[in-house]
Design a protein around this ligand. Structure first.
Ligand SMILES: NC(=O)c1ccc[n+]([C@@H]2O[C@H](COP(=O)([O-])OP(=O)(O)OC[C@H]3O[C@@H](n4cnc5c(N)ncnc54)[C@H](O)[C@@H]3O)[C@@H](O)[C@H]2O)c1
Length: 241
């Protein structure tokens, strides 16, 4: 398939897990894929060490991508603090951890959009795909900061879609269900959570990163040109919105 031939995509947090699977799919679709992550990604056309919560790192990400490939068409805001979070009652979340989740999961999305949109405008349009989650839709307990941050991602998706429609830039959110990505599969508490979630699905099996990539490929493509501000839930039919 070459539905994204000639396009340049940035996938944040694309060195591991869901982001890695998305990066691989966009590359298979013909895009030049830049992975921006705290860790290096040997598989990417360009791998940049970026903390999405740091303004200077994000500015460098956009500048280096434009320098190497001349344009930015697609931004997948996938980086987030997630698998490292301990499940705990809201009273027990350390304030510094709450702040860090806000910085990475909310501010990081904003900073990356702010750095990439001028390049998309220059290219005559673009696609922004924000990884949200089914958790704020269902009100999942024991990680209040995380569900708050993903609720904010859905809100930002809608607001940005309104602001960027005139520039032919679409902004959509993808809401995965509980997904057995590499890091998540290593944490017994997450795996137990996965077993409970499985029972809530119309399709009762584990969700894998590969289950998400087709939706991202579609949202990044010309086929989705008239679709914006939406939250696409891909979770085997657990949350039905
Ligand atoms: N796995 C799930 O069950 C699930 C469910 C719903 C939504 N999501 C969302 O999908 C996305 C990917 O999830 P995952 O399970 O692969 O997560 P993960 O925690 O395993 O991986 C996230 C990636 O982001 C990178 N990263 C973390 N902080 C970063 C930062 N400040 N700057 C740059 N990169 C950073 C990590 O190095 C890692 O490669 C996240 O946005 C997550 O919230 C995951």
């Amino acid at each position: 398939m070459d539905r994204l031939k000639g396009k340049v995509a940035i996938v944040t947090g694309g060195a591991m897990g869901i982001g890695k699977a998305i990066a691989a799919r966009l590359a298979m679709d013909g895009a030049q894929v830049v992975v921006a992550d705290l860790q290096k990604s040997p598989a990417a056309a360009l791998s940049l060490q970026v903390d999405v919560s740091k303004e200077s790192d994000v500015a460098h990400m956009a500048a280096e991508t434009a320098k190497k490939f001349g344009r930015i068409d697609i931004l997948v805001n996938n980086a987030a603090v997630f698998s490292s979070l301990e499940l705990r009652p809201f009273e027990n979340i350390p304030p510094d951890e709450f702040r860090r989740v806000m910085e990475v999961n909310i501010m990081g999305v904003w900073l990356c959009c702010r750095a990439c949109v001028p390049h998309m405008r220059k290219a005559g349009g673009g696609r922004i795909i924000n990884l949200a989650s089914g958790a704020p839709l269902k009100g999942v307990p024991l990680f209040l900061h995380y569900i708050a941050s993903k609720g904010a991602v859905i809100s930002m998706t809608r607001g940005l879609a309104r602001e960027l429609g005139k520039d032919a830039i679409t902004v959509n959110a993808l809401a995965p269900g509980f997904t057995l990505s590499e890091n998540v599969a290593k944490v017994p508490a997450h795996v137990r959570q996965g077993e409970i979630t499985r029972m809530s699905r119309a399709i009762q099996r584990d969700e894998k990163p590969e289950d998400l990539v087709g939706a991202v490929s579609f949202l990044a493509s010309e086929d989705a040109a008239f679709m914006t501000g939406q939250t696409v839930v891909v979770d085997g039919g657990s949350a039905m919105v």
